[in-house]
Each structure stands twice: as structure tokens, then as C-alpha cells.
Write a protein that binds this ligand. Structure first.
Ligand code: PHE
Length: 342
């Protein structure tokens, strides 16, 4: 056998051996045996000196090397893609399997009412102001024209931390804050939702903590017509286009005159039903023209400025709107109750 035949024999051996390779480690062995620097095919070159026809031998060795290398490379690629396919197959996700159900929560009706009222007043150009739960006697009472001997200052009604510090009994404290904070006295249009606290025995309609949404408008030439128009628009947006409002005379120390605002019953349309106790109207908020004394104490000259204020009871609106019979449900976080509001 001459050298050329020998080279061809090695090539055939190598190609045969390659066919039998199935695992990556034997592919590596194969490479080392035939193709690596010290492998059999490069080794053929060492016989060059002995070859009769050096050019023909050189060509044969080169062709052998190329052919075996090509075969090796495609085997390698084939094995790698087989490996990748096996991995993909083993990691395949069965997207038809039912998953574990996530419970999606819902807003408490309390927040539904607050957000809705906020949206209505934001659309009318009001700003939403954050108040504070812990207040001073000064903001909660004094600036709101609640005199020292007023019964609401009684230990029976207010949670006191000290004679000066208390849990606010009404969000109206935010009115006083807002007016006092205005270093440059400018018009105000704000609402301020938040909690208020009173010493009350909890029952179906009373809670020692509850939420109110305070509203305040201060500008030049504000009259009770502005109050009525604003609250009528609010009632229609909140309770339906057909609603009408009715003002009844009332008393709050920080408004003069003061009114109680009723909205025509959204259950019976005003004919009289159980919800409106046959009267056709439901009381929804307290309001009034800002008392000039309050304006003055908060730095607004009542000769130049006037305004109106109102306070909406959040739970009351939520209870009426969603037919909730017991105010405590709003706080108990019973999922069976909350799920009804999805
Ligand atoms: N603060 C009053 C209350 O708690 C409600 C109110 C607010 C009345 C603003 C008039 C103006 O009953």
C-alpha cells in the first residue's frame, strides 16, 4: 500500500468512526485521535519526505483533512442542535394547564365614593388637599368659631391627647389650614377627604371614626347661588341627572347662613319610599356660607372675600348608594361583603 492509499484508508476509517459517535465526549476523543495537532491526519504530513509524488500526496492529505474536518463540524452542529432540541422539549410549558387562580381584590365602597367625589370636583377645577388626623384645638375648633364652652369640645365628644391636641372631629379643620396656609390671599377651590373621630358608641349607623369630604370655595363675590349651583351639579353627577336638591336652614358655627342639603330620592325619584322615609328627599350634606369671622381669623378680609363650604359624609353616601344596612360592614373587611363590589 502506498502512502496515498494509506491516507485514503485513514480517511475512510475516520469517516466510519465518526458515524458511530453519539455522545459529546466521544466526539472529543474523535477529534483528538484524527484532527488535533498530534492526531493521525496531521501526522500524515510527516511522511512527505518519503512520498514519490509529493504534490499528489500533499493534495490527498489536504483533501482528507478537509473532508474529515467538514464531517466533524457537521456532526458537531448536529449534536448541538439535538441537545438544544432535547432541552427545549424538556422545558416545554403546557399552557393549557389551568393555573392557580389569583384573587383580584376590589375597592372598598368607602374608596369608591371618595374617588367618585374627587373626580367630580377635579373636573370642576378643584384641588384635592390632604388634611391631618391629629389636630390642634386651634384648627379643629378655635378657627372654626367653635367657642370654648361649645358642647362638641366636651370630653364626651372628642378624643383628646392633651388639652391642645386631639383627633379631629371634622374635616372642616382642613378649611382653616388651607386658608391660613395661603400666604398670598388668593381664591381657593378645594376638597379634602379624610377621617374624622368622635366618641360615639358604634352601632348600625354610628361609628367612632368615619370619613368626610370637606369642600371650600373662597373668592370675591361668592354668593349662596354659587353654593346651590355647585351642589346641585354635584348631586346630579353623583346621583343622576334627574336629581334635585333642597336646602333647609341649619346651624354650624363656621358657616352663616348654614344649610342642610337634601337630594331628591334616587330610589323612588321623589315619590316617597322606605329609603327616604316617605319624604321624597334624602339628606346628604351640611353646607353654608363661610362665616365672616372664620374668614377674618384665617386672614381673608371678609369685606373683600366670601365663600362657601360643605361637608359630605362618605359612609352615609356609600350606605345609601349601595344599600349597606350597617356602617360597621365598611370597616370589617369581610371578603364576602367586599367581593360584592367587584
Ligand atoms: N363639619 C360639619 C359636620 O361635621 C359639616 C360641614 C362642613 C358643615 C362644612 C358646613 C360646612 O357636621
Amino acid at each position: 500500500m502506498n502512502l496515498i492509499e494509506k491516507a485514503i484508508q485513514i480517511k475512510n476509517q475516520a469517516l466510519e468512526a465518526l458515524k458511530k459517535v453519539v455522545v459529546p465526549s466521544s466526539l472529543e476523543d474523535f477529534y483528538n485521535q484524527y484532527l488535533a495537532k498530534k492526531g493521525e491526519i496531521p501526522g500524515l504530513m510527516t511522511h512527505m519526505k518519503e512520498a514519490e509524488d509529493k504534490a499528489a500526496y500533499g493534495q490527498t492529505v489536504n483533501a482528507t483533512r478537509n473532508e474529515v474536518l467538514d464531517a466533524y463540524m457537521s456532526k458537531k452542529a448536529e449534536m448541538e442542535s439535538a441537545k438544544l432540541n432535547a432541552k427545549l422539549k424538556s422545558e416545554v410549558l403546557d399552557i393549557t394547564l389551568p393555573g392557580t387562580e389569583e384573587e383580584i381584590g376590589s375597592l372598598n365602597p368607602y374608596w369608591m365614593v371618595i374617588r367618585e367625589v374627587e373626580d367630580i370636583f377635579l373636573s370642576m377645577g378643584y384641588e384635592v388637599v390632604k388634611g391631618r388626623d391629629v389636630e390642634t384645638d386651634h384648627y379643629n375648633f378655635e378657627l372654626l368659631n367653635v367657642p370654648k364652652d361649645h358642647p362638641s369640645r366636651d370630653m364626651q365628644d372628642t378624643f383628646y391627647f392633651s388639652p391642645e391636641l386631639l383627633l379631629r372631629t371634622q374635616t372642616s379643620a382642613s378649611q382653616a389650614h388651607k386658608m391660613c396656609e395661603m400666604t398670598e390671599k388668593k381664591p381657593i377651590r378645594m376638597i379634602s377627604p379624610g377621617k374624622a373621630y368622635r366618641r360615639d358608641d358604634d352601632d348600625m349607623t354610628h361609628s367612632h371614626q368615619f370619613a368626610q369630604i370637606e369642600g371650600l370655595v373662597v373668592d370675591r363675590n361668592i354668593s349662596i347661588a354659587n353654593l346651590k349651583g355647585t351642589l346641585e351639579l354635584f348631586a346630579k353627577k353623583m346621583f343622576g341627572e334627574k336629581r334635585e336638591i333642597r336646602l333647609r336652614s341649619s346651624y354650624f358655627p363656621f358657616t352663616e347662613p348654614s344649610v342642610e342639603v337634601d337630594v331628591s330620592c334616587f330610589n323612588c325619584g321623589g315619590k316617597g319610599c322606605a329609603m327616604c322615609k316617605g319624604t321624597g328627599y334624602i339628606e346628604i350634606l351640611g353646607a353654608g356660607m363661610v362665616n365672616p369671622k372664620v374668614l377674618e381669623m384665617c386672614g381673608y378680609d371678609p369685606k373683600e372675600w366670601s365663600g362657601f363650604a360643605f361637608g359630605v359624609g362618605v359612609e352615609r353616601v356609600a350606605m345609601l348608594r349601595y344599600c349597606i344596612d350597617d356602617i360597621r360592614r365598611i370597616y370589617q373587611n369581610d371578603l364576602r361583603f367586599l367581593k360584592d363590589f367587584k
